[in-house]
Design a protein around this ligand. Structure first.
Ligand code: COA
Length: 161
């Protein structure tokens, strides 16, 4: 499995990952039935700039794209997470590696908080977030849960003592 940051306009990677997601995975990712990506959504997702919109993709040994994690600037030092893994590769550690990598990129850009709006029923992404990053707050509003995680580097143990 290989990881690399996406550059602008890599629509082939977006399309391959979207094609590998079931209707249920697309529903969890886009918070509603999403049989296809509209042109506007596709353009927005491809418009990475390495600063205010970062994306990291994962590839199978045969080179096929299998997952994407992205951070989009929300203002101040906050970024919003979106993450997806094709169904055939879910539960095999791809999401964990993607989240760890994109969080490191966000940290390197100086962001301090990662915000994730997830459907309340989406246990998988919540387990993933809690196991990878320190969670600061969890707020529920209707069917959505907003988790805010700390992206700042952990304090050295000597400073804590
Ligand atoms: C959520 C998602 C990105 C997780 O990716 P993944 O590659 O399947 O996750 P991993 O295999 O790296 O698992 C990471 C951790 O989450 C846990 N996890 C993953 N899916 C889970 C599920 N459905 N229920 C419970 N725990 C789950 C794993 O057990 C693992 O924890 P562990 O290492 O302590 O055992 C993936 O399932 C997905 O794309 N879902 C559809 C789209 C979506 O929901 N996106 C998030 C909204 S933006």
């Amino acid at each position: 499995m290989a990881l690399r940051e996406l550059g602008p306009g890599e629509t082939g990677v977006l399309d391959a990952v979207f094609a590998g997601m079931s209707a249920h995975s697309r529903y969890l990712r886009f918070h509603g039935a999403t049989p296809r990506m509209t042109g506007a959504v596709r353009r927005k997702l491809a418009a990475v700039d390495g600063r205010r919109h970062l994306a990291v993709a994962s590839f199978a040994p045969d080179g096929a794209p299998i997952g994407i994690a992205r951070l989009i600037w929300l203002g101040l030092r906050d970024v919003e997470l979106a993450i997806e893994v094709v169904d055939a590769w879910q539960g095999r550690g791809v999401g964990r590696r993607l989240l760890t990598a994109v969080a490191a990129r966000g940290r390197a850009e100086g962001y301090s908080r990662l915000v994730a709006d997830v459907l309340a029923e989406n246990v998988g992404v919540r387990v993933l977030l809690v196991s990878v990053l320190p969670i600061l707050t969890i707020e529920t509003s209707g069917h959505e849960v907003t988790l805010t995680a700390d992206l700042r580097p952990a304090a050295p143990l000597a400073a804590v003592a």
